[in-house]
Design a protein around this ligand. Structure first.
Ligand code: PEP
Length: 252
């Protein structure tokens, strides 16, 4: 099996004023500045990207955004373009998060445009996929995730070696309810099989697949131990330095 370095990203969502963001990034930096065993990404809100980017600029920690528009400029009030994220030294961008899909109506077609625009701008997309509780209970989880991947990655093949997928069951996000390690592994293996159909074995085996959904210091190690789980996308537990650092170390 190909070695895949684990990657843990903190999705701060719409939390942290500038002062709070500065404190959190500085506290994480104290512990992880020299840490190389795991790729670490911080995704603060847009307003804190510059400040957090400056704090971590002399470390191995990377900066990510939580969303972007697919166009490079124009009349798109309230939106942020790929080149604006590059201006701030972002390296990653979360795309298709379930909150973007369900609250803001993002479709697979929009997400596909964003993924392509991110790759064209040299940003690594973290493409989120995952089923709702109803879809899982009615036995449709595999089919839903397949559709999200096929539609979200439409028109892409070799470029996919530069992408990260986050499997985030919607029923586990912010609910305190986590997928069991077996549920996570089963779905991650399914995701990798689909990636193999899309991009071939070599690329599929290089793509990192994060698990997201109520990961905490107490459950992280067991989830990260699964062979197809290559790290985590962390929401709530990334808002506090100690829990985020513990989760990162659990991946190491
Ligand atoms: C997320 O929103 O990406 C997430 C995984 O949130 P939480 O860790 O809070 O469930």
């Amino acid at each position: 099996m190909k070695f895949r370095k684990k990657i843990v990203a903190g999705n701060w969502k719409m939390n942290k004023t500038l002062a709070d963001a500065e404190n959190l990034a500085s506290a994480i930096k104290l512990d992880l500045a020299e840490y190389r065993e795991v790729d670490v990404v911080l995704c603060p809100p847009f307003t804190a990207l510059k400040t957090v980017g400056e704090i971590i600029s002399d470390t191995h920690i990377k900066l990510g955004a939580q969303n972007m528009h697919w166009e490079s400029s124009g009349a798109f009030t309230g939106e942020i373009s790929p080149s604006m994220l590059r201006d701030l030294f972002c390296r990653y961008v979360i795309l298709g998060h379930s909150e973007r899909r369900s609250i803001f109506g993002e479709t697979d077609t929009m997400i596909n445009r964003k993924v392509k625009a991110a790759l064209a701008a040299n940003l690594t997309p973290i493409l989120c996929v995952g089923e709702t509780l109803d879809q899982r209970d009615s036995g449709k989880a595999g089919e839903v995730v397949r559709h999200q991947l096929i539609a979200g990655l439409e028109g892409l093949k070799d470029e996919l070696k530069n992408i990260v997928i986050a499997y985030e069951p919607v029923w586990a996000i912010g609910t305190g309810r986590t997928a069991t390690p077996e549920q996570a592994q089963d779905m991650h293996a399914h995701v990798r099989r689909i990636l193999c159909e899309i991009a071939g074995e070599e690329t599929a085996s290089a793509i990192r697949i994060q698990y997201g959904g109520s990961v905490k210091p107490s459950n992280a190690a067991e989830i990260f131990r699964q062979p197809d789980v290559d790290g985590g996308l962390i929401g709530g537990a990334s808002l506090e330095a100690r829990s985020f650092v513990e989760i990162v170390r659990a991946a190491g």
